[in-house]
Structure formats: C-alpha cells, structure tokens
Design a protein around this ligand. Structure first.
Ligand code: NAD
Length: 344
C-alpha cells in the first residue's frame, strides 16, 4: 500500500524511526539521491495521525529533490519529520542523530519548522551529516531562515517586475502570513524596501508587535488570505492554497517561503486561471538550503552564498517568461525542469 500512495512518487527509501529509550518517533524520507546525498531539514510537529505525518514527509522530501536540483546543488532530496507527541529533550535529538548516522551519509539534515540551530548542535553530537549549525564571521551556514528570507525577497521583486512591471517594491502592498524565522526577516526587508505591509500570524501578538515596529497593519490570521493586496506571501505552513482559498484571493501574485503551498496538483492551474502569478515554492525558498549546503559541502563563504541566492531572481524570471510563452502554469514549468534534472 505504501508504494501506491499518491505522494510516494518512487521514493528511494522511507525510514520509520522508533527509539524506545528516548521516545523519539520520526520518519526520514529520501526521495532521490540522483544528484547527491538526500538533503533536507527536519520538522518537529504535531500531526492528526501517522498517515498525515507520512504524507508531509513524502511531499516535503520530493519538494527538496526539486529544490536542490533547481538551485544547482550537488544534492538529492529528503526530509524528516519528528512527531511532537513524544518527549523533547537532548536524548530525543541524539537518537535522531543516531538514526541519521545509521544511513551512512545518504541523508543530511538541517533545521525546519520547530527546530533551532542549537538543536542541530545536539544532533551533531551523533552524526556529521547535519548542517545549519551556528557559525561566526564570514562563514557560510547557520540558521537558514535569513537566507531563505533574502531569496523570497528577491523572488517577490522578480514577480512584481513580471506581473506589475515595477522594478522596486516601494508602496507595493504585501499581505504576509507567518512571522517566524523566515517571515519575520522577510517583513523587515520588505519594510526597508518601502513595501506596505499587512501582517498575520496564528500568534496574533507577534503580528501586532511586528506591525507596530515596522509600520504595517496587523489583521486576524483568518483575514490575511482575503486581504486585497498586490502580493500574498505565505510563510507559515503549507497546503494553504486550496480551491476555496484560491477563489477568495484578492491579489496579483502569490510568493512566499512556505513549503508545499499548493494543496493539490490542480491548484497551480487554478491560480493561473485566475491570472494570479505563482512563484513556485521550492524555487523561491531555496536560499536557506543554498546556505546550509555550502556549510555542509565546505564550499564557499557567506559572500559566495549571497551570489548564489541572488540567482533566484533570474531563475524565477525565466520560469515566469516560459509560463507566459507556453501557457503552462508556473508550477508545472518548474516541475518539468526539476524532473529533467533529477532524471525522472
Ligand atoms: P517558524 O517555525 O520559525 O515560523 C512559523 C511561523 O508561522 C510562526 O510565527 C508561527 O506562529 C506561524 N504559524 C504557524 N502556523 C500558522 C498558521 N496556521 N497560520 C498563521 N501562522 C502560523 O518557521 P520558518 O522557519 O519561518 O518557516 C516558515 C515556512 O517556510 C515553513 O513552511 C517552512 O517549511 C518554510 N521554509 C523555511 C525555510 C527556513 O530556512 N527556515 C526554508 C524553506 C522553507
């Protein structure tokens, strides 16, 4: 039954980790090692059931294959989810490190939702196949959030140039959901660029604090996806773009960091049919993996990473142009490019 799951997509391997001593329960999904070790972060999250956790791991893992290929990295794609219903302490993270080590370098982890760079140092006690560790000076690596935010900022600029014919973000209205590690840094960059901000987070106090500091407006999280704006920027969790939510959007562009923004394969076409320009999630949000990949592979410093992240803007401009030329939705244009690169 696993092999027929809609999101299985010929995963090379899926590991179910159950550590009786620490209580860790985790899933490590490795979609492809065609271009190199399966690299992708680990998420600490509560799921409705084990099936939802597996679906999340599979979707995220395939997304990493596409993301790493499109970013030009010598890495395959994988992802891990750690089930939050168990205990959370050093022993849990060390057990996760042991599980990674047992894979002999075929899976490399870093932080994703619910994880910190300190957590990576605990995992690193047991395996060297971990990145996103704290760094100093001009070295590459560390918390990927700010690098992801930089790429998303540049991607919003590419989308605004393509769709609105504007080459700066002054007074461009961005409705931004999720003010975590990525969304918070992105909001700051957008404010510096003179964008008008409407902000929401499931943590309403956080949204209000950012709005007060950056000069934007905070709205209830339930209102952000229907806010009339130029850009909707999803930076919370995935699968927010559904048939119903797409029908209610009042924007020209969707461009944000969340992974797996499209709930189903049809939702990219739904956005295109409404004339909304969608920046494929795994192309626009590759800044973080570009940064932690440089750290893991020991290639390049922070300046080289910044140059690689800057290429996201042109890559998206190419995808937008190809979608316009061919009439194929942007997500399908990107998927076809990515699948060619990973030999599928
Ligand atoms: P984070 O945990 O630091 O922040 C998430 C934020 O979203 C928090 O402020 C949280 O309160 C808020 N949130 C959670 N559920 C919400 C909901 N239902 N509605 C509104 N707000 C909600 O996570 P992050 O690292 O900033 O990542 C954000 C998204 O970007 C995730 O989808 C992640 O997979 C994706 N992403 C992150 C990185 C990275 O470098 N951290 C890289 C690529 C993609």
């Amino acid at each position: 039954m696993f092999f027929d799951l809609p999101n299985f997509d010929a995963h090379e391997a899926v590991h179910f980790v159950n550590d009786r001593v620490s209580g860790l329960r985790a899933i490590i999904a490795m979609h492809s090692t065609h271009l190199g070790p399966a690299a992708g972060g680990c998420r600490w999250w509560t799921y409705a059931d084990d099936g939802a956790a597996l679906t999340d791991a599979l979707r995220l893992s395939r997304g990493m294959s596409y993301k790493n290929a499109m970013a030009g990295l010598p890495l395959g794609g994988g992802k891990a989810v750690l089930l939050k219903d168990g205990p959370r302490g050093d022993a849990t993270l060390e057990a996760f490190g042991d599980a990674i080590e047992s894979l002999g370098g075929r899976y490399v982890t870093a932080e994703d939702v619910g994880m910190t760079d300190h957590d990576m140092t605990v995992i690193a006690r047991r395996t060297r196949h971990v990145s996103g560790l704290p760094v100093s000076g001009g070295a590459a690596g560390g918390n990927p959030g700010p690098s992801t935010a930089e790429g998303v900022f540049l991607g919003i600029r590419a989308a605004v140039a393509h769709k609105l014919g504007r080459h700066d973000l002054g007074n461009v209205h961005v409705a931004l959901q999720g003010l975590g590690s990525v969304g918070g840094a992105l909001a700051e960059k957008l404010a510096v660029a003179g964008a008008r901000l409407t902000l929401a987070d499931i943590d309403a106090d956080k949204a209000r604090a950012y709005a007060a500091r950056l000069g934007g407006t905070a709205v209830a999280n339930s209102e952000i996806m229907t806010t009339a704006a130029d850009v909707f920027s999803p930076n919370a969790l995935g699968a927010g773009l559904t048939e119903a939510s797409i029908a209610a959007l009042d924007v020209a562009i969707v461009a944000g960091a969340a992974n797996n923004q499209l709930a189903t394969a049809e939702d990219g076409a739904r956005l295109a049919a409404r004339g909304i320009l969608y920046a494929p999630d795994y192309v626009i949000n590759a800044g973080g993996i570009i940064n932690v990949a440089a750290e893991y592979l020991g290639e390049g410093d922070a300046a080289a990473v910044a140059q690689a992240i800057a290429r996201i803007e042109g890559r998206l401009a190419d995808i937008f142009a190809e979608a316009e030329r061919s009439g194929v939705p942007t997500d399908a244009v990107a998927d076809a490019m990515a699948r060619r690169l990973i030999g599928r």
